[in-house]
Design a binder for this molecule. Sequence first.
Ligand SMILES: NC(=O)c1ccc[n+]([C@@H]2O[C@H](COP(=O)([O-])OP(=O)(O)OC[C@H]3O[C@@H](n4cnc5c(N)ncnc54)[C@H](O)[C@@H]3O)[C@@H](O)[C@H]2O)c1
Length: 321
Amino acid sequence: MKIRGSNIVVTGCAGFIGSHLTDALLAMGNQVVGVDNLSAGRREFLENAEGYAEFRFVQADLLSDDLRSLFKGADTVMHMAANPDVRSGAKDTLSHYRQNIEVTYRVLEAMKDAGVKDLVFPSTSTVYGEPTVIPTPEEYGPLVPISVYGATKLACEALICSYAHSFDMGAVMFRFANVVGTRSTHNVLHDFAAKLKADPGRLEILGSEPGTTKSYVHVEDCVRGMVIGAEYARNKVEMFNLGSDDRMSVKDIADTVIDVMGLDGVRYEWTGGVQGGRGWIGDVKNMLLASDKLRSYGWEPTMNSPQAIRRAVRDIVGRSD
Ligand SMILES: NC(=O)c1ccc[n+]([C@@H]2O[C@H](COP(=O)([O-])OP(=O)(O)OC[C@H]3O[C@@H](n4cnc5c(N)ncnc54)[C@H](O)[C@@H]3O)[C@@H](O)[C@H]2O)c1
């Protein structure tokens, strides 16, 4: 897939990962049309992008606005927009269905009609559910997601495969581990930092000690991996896991937040969680991806999970909001 000197549409361009991706694509000399409805994204995340003449921002809703005119003349769509909140899926199933499956269907239809040939899609480790093989390779199956979010992303993967084969498109999909870093707006790090700012003596933690263990990847490594994977993809449909090679428990994360905030003697109060210690319904207990395929193309994360988490916490704690 060619992503240098190309015309690229980035949906969800004002979001956490989408804004970093937009910056990277512009720095590589691409023309970028960024689309976002600003429901979760922030215009300020596009400050760097808006300094480029090659960037155009369009505020539009992928669920209702005409996408054909937006996609006309594009070589590639990088479809980053979604409802990425795993936890909300047990309460609001419709949002995941509409923002993930329906929007992806609309994106694919508009690509077909506008003649756009290539799609890059961010999927997730949650499509694996609770795999018996860890680290989990791309070939693992059957895929049995335990969250509505994971299920809707898996449905998107299947739709994308079918469009690639039916309508002569190319697709590169990435199953991300948990992505952390600058411009993130919600995750366990924000949750802990906010609670500790409000009460530095105690920390309520969802789940049972030591909590789930998962792999974390820094957004800079994530975006670099996406570019490398997309550039080297050779097959009509290519799937890459993208994560670091190690895991951290929720307790390790709490320890890191407390250390970075310079606190001492904080009392941990575990809630016990749901379904035998999960933080919430749909929360996978153990996650570690085998990213050897992407590594074979030369990608290497510059930070492991503890390094990525520490840097992300520093960023959050140092923030004015
Ligand atoms: N953050 C992670 O750890 C993670 C892990 C796995 C996969 N992903 C996937 O990566 C992608 C980006 O995630 P993120 O964490 O940056 O999320 P984010 O919420 O920060 O970004 C999503 C962006 O999409 C926009 N958007 C949502 N619905 C829209 C609509 N109908 N029309 C137009 N814009 C819309 C939002 O305003 C937001 O700017 C998502 O597809 C997510 O599922 C993220």
